[in-house]
Design a protein around this ligand. Structure first.
Ligand SMILES: Cc1ncc(COP(=O)(O)O)c(C=O)c1O
Length: 368
């Protein structure tokens, strides 16, 4: 028996595989698929498998716990942890061949000490802070720091990287960050210390700043078919992976002057057909004026204030209970995408997809 739900998300895995293959083809570099925060809410294990099938050489996560889940699910490709790790996690990373980010003297000392106990080197990528002001050493310190890591022992430097802070915009900082990173890369090259994997570009830089591609691009948004900027379509061929659907719970004729929802924020001006959809702000929609849903291939306005678990929509005529409602995706000739909601809520697309609550089941579509 196939399970059915009042609301669910569908993730199109062949779209992710095809997006990855396209990124690799169009950038001409290797790909690290960024799958942190459960692949921005899409499901890290399934997205990782689809990305590897599309040719991704590496996976990138923020925390070691996310890498552990991938390894426990049989994913064997190299994984880079972009953020902080605890001493226990270093031991586990050593045992499970997970690469860590070396970003300051404390991580150098920690990794070297744990490697000496395990009698196995910690695989690292050196993080250079070129203007993000987050983790990393300064570009001018790269060679001295790499030598210090060599002298400490137990550290195998397999890569070096940095992160751009305004890559999706024309901004003078992009050029400056490139220059600083290039300085570090050339200094490492001149000293015979350049590691095999040098990487800088996120989605925006991979597409808009070809000089930032180096050996690999680190892409999250475009892997999932999310736009780089909400106001700019992706090049042809990239497909959004996420669709969010629901079933209509009810449609009723309400008399004129009838209040709808908490706070009586909406009152019918005459007889109106009001539909109820089992999706609310507890699922990840935001209480913001201007929400719409698709029913019968047409966009309909949400009325009143969203409830935690339900919303109300003004309809032109009755629809039966169970009628398909699209919250995100295409229905007939109408569409509502993550970038539309992100623009409405004035947040990033990832801010939206990452916060779709886990109570909304994810259904994985394996054949297009
Ligand atoms: C270090 C790093 N690299 C790459 C990415 C991927 O960025 P995007 O999803 O814009 O491609 C992120 C995401 O925030 C990141 O933190």
């Amino acid at each position: 028996m196939t399970e059915t739900y009042p609301t669910w998300i569908e993730i199109n895995l062949p779209a992710i595989t095809s997006n990855c293959a396209r990124i690799i083809r169009e950038t001409g570099t290797r790909l690290m698929a960024i799958v942190k925060a459960d692949a921005y809410g899409h499901g890290a294990v399934e997205v990782s498998c689809a990305a590897v099938e599309g040719g991704a050489s590496w996976l990138g996560v923020a925390r070691f716990g996310e890498a552990r889940v991938l390894r426990q699910n049989g994913i064997r490709v190299p994984i880079l942890v972009l953020g902080m790790v605890t001493p226990d996690e270093v031991d586990e990373a050593l045992a499970s061949d997970v690469t860590l980010t070396l970003h300051n003297l404390e991580t150098l000392q920690l990794f070297s000490a744990r490697a000496s106990v395990a009698r196995k080197p910690v695989m690292v990528h050196l993080k250079v802070d070129t203007g993000m002001g987050r983790l990393g050493i300064f570009a001018e310190e790269a060679v001295r720091f790499a030598r210090q890591a060599q002298a400490a022992g137990g550290i195998h430097m397999d890569g070096m990287y940095s992160h751009l802070s305004v890559a999706e915009e024309q901004h003078p900082l992009n050029e400056l960050q490139h220059q600083r990173f290039d300085l570090a890369v050339h200094a490492m090259e001149d000293s015979g210390l350049r590691p095999p994997w040098v990487h800088l570009a996120n989605s925006a830089a991979a597409f808009y700043q070809p000089q930032s591609r180096y050996d690999m691009v680190r892409v999250g948004n475009v892997v999932l078919g999310l736009r780089i900027r909400v106001d700019q379509p992706l090049p042809d061929g990239y497909q959004p992976a996420l669709t969010w659907k629901a079933q209509l719970a009810s449609s009723r004729l309400l008399p004129g002057g009838w209040s709808v929802g908490y706070g009586a924020a909406y009152v019918t001006s005459h007889e109106e057909i009001i539909g109820v959809v089992p999706v609310g702000y507890g699922d990840g929609l935001r209480r913001f004026p201007g929400n719409h849903v698709l029913i019968g291939g047409i966009k309909h306005p949400v009325v009143g204030s969203l409830c935690l678990d339900q919303l109300m929509v003004r309809l032109p005529h009755h629809f039966p209970m169970g009628e398909e409602v699209v919250i995100v995706g295409q229905q007939g000739n109408s569409a509502l995408w993550v970038h539309d909601l992100a623009a409405l809520y004035q947040i990033s697309q990832v801010d939206f997809t990452s916060l779709v609550h886990r109570r909304v089941p994810r259904i994985y579509i394996r054949n297009s």
